[in-house]
Design a protein around this ligand. Structure first.
Ligand code: IPE
Ligand code: IPE
Ligand code: MG
Length: 238
């Protein structure tokens, strides 16, 4: 299948799920699944580049994922740091600008440093913006947003009577980005798992049984093609 010509989403968000099952199906450790999952990122980044998608948000590590076994969390953090170090030259070559959302200060120190180096190194790129959701939880994000609003109200910068959804959106981690147009979840689960609860209000959803390490550029094109057939109504009669 070639890249679809129909409506292309401006912003795609992906819940990259199924690394553990991919490994278990092969008798491998879950960590091998995460390694393979990290390799699969290239497929979607390239696919978005080909389609001229402006923003790609990848759910890489949730606030809840800290409760996984210690060795898995350690492996994921090591892998993240290694991924950033190894792939930054590739991101530069592909004109990708890296960003991150989540409680980034929860990440190990060396990981944070590498993340900031990669963000800084790619900050001049004007192609795809790749946003990694790390230690991300939507309910925490909303709470952080409320705290930030309260500070502004207390300082007299905002009149609470003027508060509306647009204003609230400006206090979320995602304030610089438009809401996702298309949400993809791999591995067949029909749930949001605390991902972008506010921002996904009118996002089109696409769930595929494919496990994340098997998700290719062609699979991304298939999802975008499906999106192109949808009629977005936003509650109106069209
Ligand atoms: C997604 O794969 C990656 C992360 C959550 C970090 P999983 O590790 O959730 O894989 P499954 O769902 O157990 O197969
Ligand atoms: C969601 O997947 C988080 C990421 C993909 C990073 P999980 O595997 O953690 O979600 P649940 O446990 O199936 O809801
Ligand atoms: Mg999972």
């Amino acid at each position: 299948m070639s890249a679809p010509q129909s409506a292309v989403p401006r912003h795609i968000a992906i819940i990259m799920d199924g690394n553990g099952r991919w490994a278990q199906n092969r008798g491998l450790s879950r960590i091998k699944g995460h390694e393979q999952g990290a390799e699969a990122v290239r497929e979607s980044v390239e696919g978005c580049g080909d389609l001229k998608v402006e923003f790609l948000t990848l759910y890489a590590f949730s606030a809840e994922n800290w409760q996984r076994p210690k060795n898995e969390v350690f492996a994921l953090m090591t892998l993240l740091e290694q991924f950033l170090k190894e792939k930054t030259p590739e991101l530069l070559e592909k004109n990708v600008r890296l960003q991150a959302i989540g409680r980034l200060t929860d990440l190990p120190e060396s990981c944070q440093q590498q993340l900031h180096r990669s963000i800084e190194a790619t900050s001049g790129n004007d192609g795809l913006t790749l946003i990694l959701a790390l230690s991300y939880g939507a309910r925490l994000e909303i709470i952080d947003g409320i705290k930030s609003l309260i500070r502004e109200i207390d300082a007299g910068h905002i009149d609470s009577a003027m508060l509306d959804p647009e204003m609230f959106s400006k206090h979320l981690y995602t304030r610089y980005y438009p809401d996702p147009d298309l949400l993809i979840r791999t591995s067949g689960e029909m749930r949001l798992s605390n991902f972008l609860l506010w921002q996904l209000s009118y996002t089109e959803m696409y769930v595929t049984p494919k496990l994340w390490p098997d998700f290719t550029k062609q699979d991304l094109f298939a999802a975008v093609d499906d999106y192109g057939q949808r009629q977005r109504r936003y509650g109106l009669v069209l």
